[in-house]
Design a protein around this ligand. Structure first.
Ligand code: G3H
Length: 496
């Protein structure tokens, strides 16, 4: 059932329209893509299956609209973003309800995602006005052999058309974390939402439409990645790609041309626990970090390295908390909700069965109903088990017992991923040394990994990504430096 009211103009029959050239449109393909509700496992919504020709048109319009947008005063661009942020927050209920149905996000987290997104857009507007209003003046006589006859003025200018591809787990928040920096910096934006999460994205884009952005500046193209994905990511009119998701990002990076890329890919975020750690704090963070949104976060705690001497006590504390997690539908705000698809549930189950065959200790009974997988802590996991290396994106957390800190660091750095990691200890000196040794984009000391607050730099090393995100970094990344050099006459020139 599609939502109505203020969003009714984005529907054609029971299929959501796509957005291009300032209008809501029906695709000429006559085809749609079904979105399956992860909880009911039945079709929930339908979106347009856009054609390559429609992609071409959106790109053409984006290219055209960007030219005058880049000349729109910065404060005006900021003003429109503030307006969109306010409209987005006003619509947190209908958008949140979509998130619940499309991606089975617990209702409270779904509403939080929309509010966080509004805050992100506003912050972006303010930060953009500050940092893009700032240029540089260089004088030539600081470089050997030069006199003071050249003045170089540098400023940040937009890249052109930014292609944004967010993932299913934060379709709204990780879309606006690309859209808002792109727009404040004077770029136009083509959004390709994930299939699960597409309707939430369309609703979010509708808020930008209501705010009154110029025609063609923002487009939202829906359809199957297998049909239009490569066409979009290799399109000659794209000047920058900002992608969040899985290994597909690596394939995109290999095919993209000479354009800036911002990629946030997978993670195997390690949690190293020292002997002096506050085990209650650790257990709370493992629950929050490992099981929130059923582990479907790139920053989820995905492997625990616990010193042997405290491992039994820690596992007991975590188990006591796992027992209190509620399991069920997102509408009831359960802690553990169905994972996004049957394929995903099957993959997670494969990892669990592999660990079972290789001798892991199950701290809870393994239970699955449809896409719903009960939370599971796996103890005595060894490095040869798939769960020790692979990313489950589900409510399963492995514990590997370590004899030394070096062993924990070694395991962490053996991963092909390097997104975030965390270390728990009361000794700040050790924490800092461990942070230095961990090959991850961020190390959290005494807390679970997390991307936010959204203005913090956020980056992955190795197969976890390219470039750095966070509001300030994203704005800078979506601009290029332009210099104008004023050449003065030679010093012998007479001013009369
Ligand atoms: O899934 C990837 C997200 O960037 C994680 O964001 O740490 O706010 O849950 P989060």
């Amino acid at each position: 059932m599609a939502s109505t009211g203020v969003f009714s103009d984005i529907l054609y029959g029971d299929v959501f329209k796509y957005y291009a050239d300032g209008e809501w449109k029906k695709s000429s393909s006559g085809q749609s893509v079904a979105i399956i509700n992860p909880t009911t496992r039945k079709p929930q919504y339908k979106v347009q299956a856009c054609t390559k020709e429609e992609v071409n048109k959106a790109m053409e319009r984006a290219k055209f609209a960007q030219k005058s947008w880049a000349r729109t005063p910065l404060w005006k661009r900021g003003e429109l973003l503030h307006k969109a942020a306010a409209i987005l927050k006003e619509h947190k209920s209908p958008i949140g309800e979509c998130l619940v149905k499309e991606i089975a996000k617990p209702a409270k987290d779904a509403f939080t995602e929309v509010v966080r997104s509004g805050d992100l857009v506003s912050y972006c507007a303010e930060e953009g006005v500050r940092i893009l209003g700032d240029g540089k003046l260089l004088v030539s006589d600081s470089f050997p052999g030069n006199d003071r006859s050249k003045y170089c003025l540098t400023s940040k200018i937009p890249l052109g058309v930014v292609l944004a591809i967010p993932p299913y787990n934060y379709p709204v928040n990780l879309a606006v974390s690309k859209i808002a920096p792109a727009l404040i910096a004077g770029n136009s934006l083509v959004l390709k939402p994930p299939t699960q999460g597409a309707v939430s994205c369309l609703h979010m884009v509708h808020c930008f439409h209501l705010a009154g952005f110029p025609k063609g500046l923002i487009s939202c193209i829906t359809g199957k990645g297998s049909q239009i994905g490569d066409f979009l990511t290799t399109h000659p009119d794209v000047d920058c790609i900002s992608f969040t998701g899985g290994d597909t990002g690596i394939a995109i990076a290999k095919k993209a041309g000479m354009i800036p890329l911002q990629m946030e890919l997978g993670g195997k975020d390690a949690c190293i626990i020292l002997e002096d750690a506050d085990l209650n704090l650790v257990a709370e963070n493992i629950i929050k970090g490992g099981f929130s949104y059923s582990g479907q976060r790139c920053t989820a705690v995905k492997v625990i390295f616990a010193m042997e001497s405290i491992a039994d006590a820690l596992v007991e504390k975590v188990n006591a908390r796992v027992a209190k997690l509620t399991v069920g539908p997102p509408e009831k705000n359960c802690d553990i909700t169905p994972v996004v698809s049957e394929a995903s549930a099957n993959f997670i189950e494969g990892l669990i069965m592999d660990a079972k065959d290789k001798g892991a200790k199950f701290c809870q009974e393994h239970k699955r109903e449809g896409n719903l997988i009960w939370p599971l802590l796996l103890d005595h996991v060894t490095p040869d088990m798939r769960i020790a290396r692979e990313e489950p994106f589900g409510p399963v957390v492995p514990v590997i017992r370590i004899k030394s800190i070096e062993e924990g660091i070694h395991h962490c750095n053996s991963s092909k991923y390097g997104l975030q990691g965390c270390v728990f200890t009361k000794d700040i000196n050790k924490a800092m040394l461990i942070s230095d040794a961990m090959e991850t984009g961020t190390v959290q000391i005494n807390s679970a990994p997390a991307r936010g607050p959204d203005h913090f730099p956020f980056q992955g090393f190795k197969d976890s990504g390219i470039g750095s995100q966070g509001i300030t970094n994203s704005i800078n990344m979506m601009t290029k430096t332009k210099s104008t050099v004023i050449n003065l006459p030679s010093p012998s020139y007479s001013m009369g």
